[in-house]
Ligand binder design. Structure first.
Ligand SMILES: [Mn+2]
Length: 569
């Protein structure tokens, strides 16, 4: 009896206490609601607002700087990218040629820009296709001349089909002026194309100086003519140059690419606004993907958050195909299948970048699917992280790119690999087995942007900081069977077995400043502690739809999976 009563009293006490605790917790949680920390996932800020005057001033300044480089005896021709066939009558999404876009911001197919700096009457002409109502009905709006002028600031606009006769006349050292219906818009006086007056004297056309230069073989036609090994994109320029060489005298044909490469190396504040927005979209995309990785079964499910974020934030496109690889797939540098299993104990490597306003981000994170690095994963990760820090420290005006920054990062990688037992000699090339690419490339309108090597860093330049370590399972087997290698393999085998299939790359985008570097990607968690803290908080901020039915491998069409399994294994 006595015992029971004590029990009852205890029970009542317990219930009372529990109620108290619930009330206390509830009020604590509610009061905490006001001071709750900001969400872990950073929402992309609004797109930069660029007013018309700012854009037109920027474009005009770019054109005048290019004109200065071309000089009074030069003519520059920039063609639009030709549409590329996806299949039959379906094209790939159209993307304007970078340099034409850089000078005009026009996305119109079939437009051609000609700069003639020596012609004071007409320094620039835009050749624009005639609007075609039938084409517009099917495939959408074409620029009217007024719109093309409003976008680009160019006010001499002729019909596209006048380009050939114009260039033919130039070769023959004749001024050319189309019939008035083919002149959409003109700011210049209109000298007729035919001699006038009884004497047959020609009125000035503005081309006199150029024709004089042609007479002395001193005129230059500039086209985008990249080197042979880098020329997949510029076939129409190559054909045009070949034809021109056959039919024109007085002109040297020169490659305009280095002029643009040099200019595009230094990003203006205007360009940096666009690039930062591409990076901000990419940051949100990374964070959403990280937030769902722990609940995903397949790599493409994780990638879907990237694709979703790009669309939702109105990115133009990706700047390069998404790389989303789990476990061993992280050791393939450009793994693009994104079709394999996501496993909780593995690292996931995502190298993705949105493009906005023709500028692309290039950002890589490697993180544990289940939110916690293992000891081995953390050891590799920390080396790559430290290498990144060294790259940033070596970034300052005057440093030689990419050698100085690469060497700074590679030194840390070598030290780390030696410490873990993955190499035996720090002063050799052994580290290249595990780190097989450079730390850095230029970034801008291309993911691997123009600018070349051996360049001294200057404020305004942007490049990637992306060291990596990849312990590929087949790396040792693929070494040539020399006695020296056998010795190396025996020495590193224990460490190799320990770290096998771990792939880590961390990639950030750096802006060179007067004093060093700004990390344009600083909002995306990068340190081990920050990533683990993020992974603990972020998942509850992204709900996964109940419609996400679990897929089974057998239910997938034997397309890419099949290909991977049987041909690329
Ligand atoms: Mn990169």
């Amino acid at each position: 009896m006595k015992i029971r009563r004590t029990h009852r009293q205890l029970l009542i006490l317990f219930v009372l206490f529990s109620l108290l605790a619930v009330v206390a917790f509830k009020s604590f949680a509610e009061s905490g609601g006001d001071k709750s920390p900001a969400p872990a996932i950073r929402v992309t800020p609004p797109a930069p607002v660029i007013d018309d005057n700012e854009r037109l001033a920027e474009l005009a300044s770019r054109r005048s700087r290019v004109a200065e480089k071309i000089g009074p005896n030069g003519v520059l021709v920039l063609f639009s990218t030709e549409p590329r066939v996806y299949t039959n009558d379906v094209d790939y999404e159209y993307r304007q040629e970078n340099n034409l876009f850089y000078l005009t911001n026009l996305r119109q197919k079939g437009a051609t820009l000609v700069l003639i700096p020596g012609n004071a009457q007409m320094r620039e002409v835009l050749f624009l296709p005639h609007r075609d109502p039938a084409a517009e009905t099917w495939t959408g709006h074409m620029y009217s001349p007024e719109e093309a002028k409003a976008v680009s600031g160019i006010s001499e606009i002729w019909e596209a089909k006048e380009f050939e006769p114009f260039m033919r006349a130039l070769r023959l050292r004749q001024g050319y002026r189309p019939k008035s219906e083919a002149i959409f818009m003109s700011a210049s006086a209109a000298p007729p194309s035919e001699p006038t007056g009884a004497t047959g004297t020609k009125p000035p056309t503005g081309f006199e100086n150029l024709f004089t230069a042609m007479g002395k073989d001193e005129a230059t036609l500039y086209l985008l003519l990249p080197r042979e090994d880098d020329s997949r994109e510029y076939k129409q320029e190559q054909n045009f140059a070949a034809q021109w060489a056959k039919s024109a005298t007085g002109f040297n044909v020169r490659n305009a690419a280095p002029i643009f490469a040099r200019m595009r190396l230094i990003k203006s504040p205007y360009e940096l606004k666009l690039l930062q927005h591409a990076i901000d979209i990419t940051t949100e995309a990374h964070e959403r993907a990280m937030a769902v990785a722990g609940r995903s079964q397949w790599e493409y499910e994780v990638e879907s958050e990237i694709v979703y974020t790009y669309k939702r934030r109105n990115a133009d496109h990706w700047g390069y195909p998404d790389i989303v690889g789990c476990g061993p797939n992280a050791t393939t540098l450009h793994y693009e299948e994104n079709q394999a299993r996501v496993k909780p104990g593995d690292l996931m490597l995502m190298d993705v970048g949105a493009e906005y306003g023709h500028y692309t981000a290039d950002v890589t994170r490697t993180f544990p699917v289940n939110g916690k690095f293992t000891k081995e994963q953390a050891e590799i990760y920390q080396i790559v992280y430290d290498a990144q820090e060294e790259v940033a420290k070596a970034t300052k005006p005057g440093a030689v790119f990419p050698t100085d920054v690469h060497n700074a990062g590679a030194e840390k990688i070598k030290e780390g690999l030696l410490r873990l037992g993955l190499i035996t000699d720090k002063n050799s090339d052994q580290y290249r087995i595990w780190f097989m690419h450079g730390t850095s490339h230029w970034l801008g309108m291309n993911v691997h942007d123009v600018g070349g090597r051996g360049v001294k860093l200057e404020p305004g330049m942007v490049f990637t900081n992306e060291p990596g370590i990849y312990i590929r399972a087949d790396a040792l087997d693929n070494l040539p069977k020399t006695p020296e290698n056998e010795k190396f393999i025996a020495a590193v085998r224990p460490a190799f077995e320990k770290y096998k299939n771990i792939g880590v790359r961390i990639e950030d985008d750096l802006l060179v400043t007067q004093n060093g570097a700004v990390w344009l990607t600083k909002d995306l968690p990068r340190s081990i502690a920050d990533i683990e803290a993020f992974m603990a908080r972020a998942p509850k901020e992204v709900t996964i739809s109940a419609l996400d039915l679990p897929w089974s491998e057998s239910g997938i069409l034997p397309t890419r999976i099949f290909w991977n399994k049987f041909f690329r294994a």
